[in-house]
Design a protein around this ligand. Sequence first.
Ligand code: PRT
Ligand code: ZN
Length: 286
Amino acid sequence: MSSVLRIALQKSGRLSEDSYQLFKECGIRFDYGTGKLKSVSSNFPAEFLFLRDDDIPGYVEDGVADLGIVGENVAVETARNVETIHRLGFSKCRLSLAIPRGTDWSGLHDLAGKNIATSYPRLLGNYLRDKGVSAEIHEISGSVEIAPGIGLAEAICDIVSSGSTLLSNGLKEVETIFRSEAILVSRPALAENKQQLVDKLLFRIKSVQAAKNNKYIVLNAPNASLETITALLPGMKSPTVTPLATEGWSSVHSVLNENDFWENIEAIRAAGAEGILVIPIEKMIY
Ligand code: PRT
Ligand code: ZN
């Protein structure tokens, strides 16, 4: 039986560009950005729906869409019955408590009995309950950062990225209550034919992410240092070592993870490697 995956993406906002880019890197083509509400891929059995981010978990739960990309903050706050199937690593941010810059802070208990404005009443309520602090939560849907200035609340709980919004509103961040990134969510218990398409998509997403987290490295090494250098470069299986035309030297090819990249490069150089080339990888298939 033929089937088509329906995937909900944010129409326009902080998740959109990276979501569109991810599908592009997975080789899945579709049109977007022309005010369309939906678009069918020309080369993968998928149809894309363009929605407001807050509505995505609900549409996935109701089965209007099979998959969706949404901020984890929104997924948790909306508390819909959806499954997180993959973390996507973009649109990273944190949900934090902030108070006016001139106010003293000795800990969360300072907020006991105070008013806190937020668009995330569930996340904040759960956090305060866990910590045993009782405060008044004022739910507002936007411009949370102005609440203390207009006397609506003594503190706020809002999404922070660079911190410049807090700074320009005379607020200071005092406690992070949740860390978020974009996630791929799914309707639980998809039909077998749809699950096969999800697995195919996940395989592509993981290959794209692995490639981004790794670099291809080529270097020249004196044979006496080969053991030390190859131990630092395990690669996908083991490094490729081939002799150079110059006696006593070899060329080493491998893959190096982004996380400990600079530490490893320094160690490799210290071991005598020369002519180190570092090349981006487009896809990495395990
Ligand atoms: O129109 P629609 O409802 O679809 O979009 P939206 O306006 O509700 O959401 P949008 O596009 O702003 O954010 C989508 C998701 O991106 C959020 O749910 C988060 O998961 C993530 N994200 C990442 C952010 C930020 N960074 C962010 N900085 N969401 C919001 N902000 C806002 C924040 O609310 C505050 O006003 O940016 C301001 C703080 O930014 P800094 O850099 O000044 O600290
Ligand atoms: Zn929204």
